[in-house]
Design a binder for this molecule. Sequence first.
Ligand SMILES: NC(=O)c1ccc[n+]([C@@H]2O[C@H](COP(=O)([O-])OP(=O)(O)OC[C@H]3O[C@@H](n4cnc5c(N)ncnc54)[C@H](O)[C@@H]3O)[C@@H](O)[C@H]2O)c1
Length: 334
Amino acid sequence: MENETPSYYLVTGGAGFIASHLSVELVRRGHKVVVLDVLDYCSSLANLKEVEASSNFTFIKGDICDEELVRMLFSKYSIGAVLHFAALTHVDNSFGHAEEFQHVNVHGTRVLLEAARAAGIDLFLHASTDEVYGSKETCSNELSDCSPTNPYSVSKLAAEDAVLSYWQDYKLPVIITRSNNAYGPHQYPEKVIPKFICRLQKKQACCIHGSGMQKRNFLYVTDLVEAVIILLEKGCHGQVYNIGSELQMSIAGLAEDLVRRVVGDSVHRADHISFVTDRCVNDVGYPMDSSKLLSLGWRPRTTWNDGIDHTISWYAANFQNWTTTDSALSPHPS
Ligand SMILES: NC(=O)c1ccc[n+]([C@@H]2O[C@H](COP(=O)([O-])OP(=O)(O)OC[C@H]3O[C@@H](n4cnc5c(N)ncnc54)[C@H](O)[C@@H]3O)[C@@H](O)[C@H]2O)c1
């Protein structure tokens, strides 16, 4: 009897933060993975060094918007599932670059959906964000209204609509995840946690946009990866799943905690914190109800103490992983 060729996971954005952890974990569990990534400024091949030599791992440098390349990948590899994480992700950059964000995040998603439909794959998992709900003080569940407030989150909601339309029109099996803010190693230091850590490690102050009273819920990256893997096994097609954390902090509270951990307990915290002009819109928060995912058996396992201490040590040793970090640590919203 002929052996069936094992199918591949096509992971987009796999040289970035979350999808590099996901790709490494999938290869570790014996799966075959093809990563498609354009290697934008926020990505690093160092994020994939644990798997680069594995025969189960293939890296392709390329753009999700390149229809010919994407079609070629589907014909060359036997792709069973697309795990779509590639996107332009920095909210600050999205102001003033809304068209570029729409192009990559919406058109790029459509290119992948169309190739996936034509190939008849088993699953298209689309990574979306808590930010699609808009500015909220109370918990959103998957049926809550969405009213995104910035060009990034607007593009992510439009991408979700495209994904759901392929489920409704063609029964392409899709799952959408909406995750809270992830943190951990491999994240480009333009995002708040690595930015504050790296600035403090370089003897610069944490730079808070606006009052610092805006709150964020934080989830350690490997807990997010575990949620995705559970959804690959048990998620219902055509459904949206919140991946939330109960660990909520104000940005000012986060800065104080990081000053204590990076600089020390005895320092005057205010000396290591500065306040700068806010983004034009800064949501108050995105708390979420994740009962739907919890009912599948998922639980976040990493404590803040363990997750943040490991993250701080990782940045002390790996800040040089990216080609350029020139503007990443700028105190101001770009
Ligand atoms: N980081 C978070 O806290 C968070 C929370 C919720 C949702 N998400 C979503 O998860 C996904 C991954 O987020 P992240 O923080 O890991 O992002 P990231 O910015 O670290 O990585 C994005 C990756 O996508 C790649 N990319 C960008 N444009 C591309 C293109 N045109 N073609 C191919 N590759 C391209 C980049 O090179 C990069 O490697 C995104 O879709 C994001 O919206 C992230």
